[in-house]
Design a protein around this ligand. Structure first.
Ligand SMILES: Cc1cc2nc3c(=O)[nH]c(=O)nc-3n(C[C@H](O)[C@H](O)[C@H](O)COP(=O)(O)OP(=O)(O)OC[C@H]3O[C@@H](n4cnc5c(N)ncnc54)[C@H](O)[C@@H]3O)c2cc1C
Ligand code: SF4
Length: 542
């Protein structure tokens, strides 16, 4: 394979998120207990662990209690217990308090980006090799089509394909077992799911998604209430669009604020970024932010498919863990605890397979017996109920919660896949979003600066068009170029060329790795692939 250097491990983990790190830690614990050893490495495409991790985050410690029972006695970034839980229905100028459907007693407000850094240090203490700046771009197979690891792409290739001075060939990381922990819409995971037909052999339905846009603010002392949790629904989203906001108070006067918009929205003119800017101008929200400053900006997709969309997570040579498989609990808006637990279950099966000659089917079997399965089963009808609109959705989900308690005799199906849900532009009119005021709402360049996103400019494009004529032939004339509206980094821009024709220009170096384009493009014409390792956002408090 092109004279690439190869390194061999017992277990190769792709992605240093909560799933990948929990798996690595659990593996080393099992080795320690059995007085044996397995070599484990974790690859991370971010320049540092946590640099690409963006979440809410209200953390449910159930999985961590199982993984590191004494974590409360350590110095961890999990230090702000939830102190209050509010739920608002927003209309344009008012906030109506509703009973909170959440039960966050015993949970914590954290920065997940910081938590994974701590987890990585725990993993390293146990002997795990963690490699930030390594982006896995290729799956390695043996002659029997069994996965034998991954490879990183060559670094230092120019846009035109020639080698730059900085050229370095990719590296092969061979593993007796490969665990894919790439998070929501993993680029290698999606390939594996397709090639091995893992959706068909799992729960059967397609995955559905939402896009979360987030900022961390430093707000005025008097307005800051550590542990305070607020969720909102309603304005500014239209009643056909599923979504809502979150405001979580951390410590040090920090406030995590974000808007989550389901990607099966219909209006191609909709811009989740601008909806978020609008949301912050709501009188009830603005008063919290006034006088504060933004520390960081970012965006990331999350799964909403839940139980119906769980794929068979086992393939020959490895398994998929965390949000790459999709274990997020939608009514809780939490996927960290389930991502960790799935990593732990896969680690236990990996250990049994490599040391005792068992098989990875054990992971799939134990997953079905675990609390992840039970949680997601109970929650299964919540999100699809909103296919019938906001009010029926609220009614049905309340019925599920208070009457059936997850035991209803039916399982609702998801609607059409997100990319098919986009309407033709002719059915809608363009949306005029208010101009940012530079105090509460900001333009994209200002926000991008706060995401610290950066890519080597001279490299082959990591956003690939399967058919380069589709943007000008289909996306622009029929759908008003939705990628120029939904991308939270304005990577996609239609610009007029010398001939007066509108052409798609891709500013790939601004990409936030949110994966929305890979999901929402109407013709699924955009493929998100990993750029050179280390490129992308530089989150520290997300
Ligand atoms: C806006 C928002 C709010 C949320 N709020 C909450 C909440 O309040 N509570 C909660 O519990 N959950 C919440 N979640 C969900 C939670 O963030 C996820 O469930 C969780 O992060 C999933 O963990 P993971 O390890 O599977 O993936 P991730 O956390 O996404 O980590 C994946 C890692 O793999 C790396 N990676 C990906 N591909 C490659 C590759 N090919 N090569 C090398 N590295 C790679 C990524 O850079 C990343 O570091 C929220 C999510 C979002 C987007
Ligand atoms: S280019 Fe795609 S992955 Fe990158 S920020 Fe835009 S929508 Fe997200």
């Amino acid at each position: 394979s092109g004279g690439r250097e190869a390194m061999s491990y017992d277990v190769v983990v792709v992605g240093a998120g909560p799933a990948g790190l929990a798996a690595a830690i659990r593996l080393k614990q099992l080795c320690r207990d059995a007085d044996t050893d397995l070599s484990v490495c974790v690859l991370e495409k971010g320049s540092e662990v946590g640099a690409h991790v963006l979440s809410g985050n209200v953390f449910e410690p159930r999985a961590l209690d199982e993984l590191i029972p004494k974590w409360r006695q350590e110095d961890t970034p999990i230090r702000v217990p939830v102190s209050s839980d509010k739920f608002w229905l927003l209309t344009k100028n008012k906030a109506w308090t509703l009973p909170s459907p959440f039960d966050n007693k015993g949970n914590y407000v954290i920065s997940l980006s910081q938590m994974v850094r701590w987890m990585a240090s725990k993993a390293e203490e146990l002997g795990v090799e963690v490699y930030p700046g390594f982006a896995a771009s290729e799956i390695l197979y043996d002659e029997n089509q069994i996965v034998t690891g991954v490879a990183t792409n060559d670094v230092g290739i120019a846009k035109d394909g020639s080698k730059r001075e900085t050229f370095q060939p990719g590296v092969e990381l061979r593993g007796r077992m490969t665990l894919l922990a790439e998070g929501c819409r993993g680029s290698l995971s999606e390939k594996i799911i397709r090639n091995h037909k893992l959706r068909e052999s799992g729960q059967g339905q397609h995955q559905t998604y939402a896009l979360g846009i987030k900022e961390v603010w430093e707000i005025e002392e008097g307005k800051h209430k550590p542990g305070s949790v607020i969720h909102t629904v309603g304005w500014p989203l239209d009643s056909k669009t599923y979504g809502g906001s979150f405001m979580y108070h951390l410590d040090d006067r920090q406030l995590a604020i974000g808007l989550v918009v389901a990607l099966n929205y219909q209006n191609p003119f909709m811009s989740p970024y601008d909806e978020f800017q609008k949301f912050k101008q709501h009188p009830a929200v603005r008063t919290i932010l006034d006088g504060g400053t933004v520390l960081q900006y970012g965006a990331r997709t999350l799964n909403e498919g839940g139980f119906q969309s769980i794929p068979n997570p086992v393939f020959p040579g490895g398994a998929i863990i965390g949000c790459s498989a999709g274990f997020l609990n939608v009514p809780k808006i939490k996927g960290t605890h389930t991502a960790m637990k799935s990593g732990m279950l896969a680690a236990e099966a990996t250990f049994k397979t490599l040391v005792e000659g068992s098989s990875m089917e054990l992971y799939w079997e134990n997953l079905k017996k675990s609390w992840i399965w039970e949680e997601l089963y109970r929650a299964r009808n919540y999100r699809p109920a909103f296919e019938y609109g906001f009010i029926p959705g609220i009614a049905l989900s309340a019925l599920e919660r208070y009457v059936f308690k997850g035991k209803s005799p039916f399982t609702l199906k998801h609607g059409i896949p997100d990319h098919e849900a986009t309407d033709m532009a002719s059915l809608h009119s363009p949306i005029q979003y208010p101009k940012p005021d530079g105090q509460i709402s900001f333009d994209v360049p200002t926000s991008l600066y706060r995401s610290s996103t950066n890519h080597e400019h001279d490299q082959p494009p990591h956003l690939r068009l399967r058919d380069p004529t589709v943007p000008e032939r289909v996306n622009l004339p029929l759908y008003a170029g939705p990628e120029s509206h939904y991308c939270p980094a304005r990577v996609y821009e239609y610009v007029t060329d010398e001939k007066g024709d509108q052409k798609l220009h891709i500013n790939a170096q601004n990409c936030l790795h949110c994966k929305a384009c890979d999901i929402k493009d109407p013709k699924q014409n955009i493929e998100w692939t990993v750029p050179e390792g280390g490129g992308g956002p530089g989150y520290t408090v997300m």
